[in-house]
Write a protein that binds this ligand. Structure first.
Ligand code: CP
Length: 303
């Protein structure tokens, strides 16, 4: 039995295989309509979500399975003090696979150590979000054809941005990837990630200036400054509009730039950009469902 807590647990061959399955689902959805008949996915969401929870649920329904779960901690027995370990043991009696989101880093790992069914990390605090990365990877592959030789700009909250941490962890395994890390000083990438990239001799540029970096980028991964990760409201208000991508700021961008965002967006990308052919963030949303379908099939061992 296997869980997915960190994107690095998947080999490059497994990522290729998940992408191949997702592409086949896109081309032949009917082939997959009964693959999980009789199986149940439990979505245990202790933190708000639109895309991740609903795409997991849509994924399981489109595989012919069923879904149960909760969408906030207050409607579960966590509100009465139940531990993650006991919740995981309990849900193992009802479901075949768990997708868990939790505000505390490491909670899905604890669940996986106590569950008798696979656990998927659907986002743990400011740590990791491996299935968002699967959505990102399918999007990059479909837009660019390859993960090699890309200059990837990551912009916004790089400190608490779990999608950023997981995406760097995935892309660092491909050839000649250059990272441009664009953030306010207060929201720089965590030291352990910076040091690890340096140790492995990656070309990394850190800057506060999005416009100056723009012309080099093949991918621009925008992120939201996350109110829920701040202890201090004033600090959030000061930093929240650090980067707002507008049509004018794309003046020097490559014609084949791909603009990604894990969403939700607050106002860091102007809605005017939604109609630009380089905007990929709603494609990412759909790709997330297909990659979660592929992942569920893999973890349940369905042929
Ligand atoms: N990208 C993402 O995790 O979105 P939600 O918070 O809506 O699930």
């Amino acid at each position: 039995m296997r869980s997915l807590i960190d994107i690095a647990e998947l080999s490059l061959q497994e990522i290729d295989s998940l992408i191949a399955t997702a592409n086949d689902i896109i081309d032949n959805p009917k082939k997959y309509a009964d693959k999980c008949r009789g199986k149940k996915l439990a979505t245990l969401f202790f933190e708000p979500s639109t895309r991740t929870r609903l795409s997991f649920e849509a994924a399981m329904y489109e595989l012919g399975g069923n879904v149960l779960g909760f969408s906030e901690a207050q409607s579960s027995s966590a509100a009465k003090g139940e531990s993650i370990a006991d919740t995981a043991k309990t849900v193992s009696c009802y479901a075949d696979i768990i997708a868990m989101r939790h505000p505390k880093e490491g909670a899905p790992l604890v669940a996986s150590m106590n569950a008798s069914i696979p656990v998927i990390n659907a986002g743990d605090g400011g740590h990791n979000h491996p299935t968002q990365t699967l959505a990102d990877l399918l999007t990059i592959k479909r837009e660019k054809g390859s993960f090699d030789n890309l200059t990837v700009g990551l912009c916004g909250d790089l400190k608490f941005g779990r999608t950023v941490h997981s995406l760097i962890n995935a892309l660092r395994r491909y050839k000649n990837v250059k990272f441009v890390l664009i953030s306010p000083t207060e929201l720089r990438i965590p030291e352990y990630i910076r040091e690890s990239l340096k140790k492995d001799n990656f070309e990394v540029v850190e800057t506060t200036d999005l416009e100056a970096a723009m012309s080099d980028l093949d991918i621009l991964y925008m992120t939201r400054v996350q109110r829920e990760r701040f202890f201090n409201e004033e600090e959030y208000l000061r930093l929240k509009d650090s980067y707002i991508l507008t049509t004018e700021k794309l003046a020097n961008a490559k014609q084949d730039l791909s603009i990604l965002h894990p969403l939700p967006r607050v106002n860091e990308i102007s809605v005017a950009i939604d109609n630009d052919p380089r905007a990929c963030y709603f494609k990412q949303v759909l790709n997330g469902k297909y990659m979660r379908m592929a992942l569920i099939l893999m973890l349940l061992g369905v042929e």
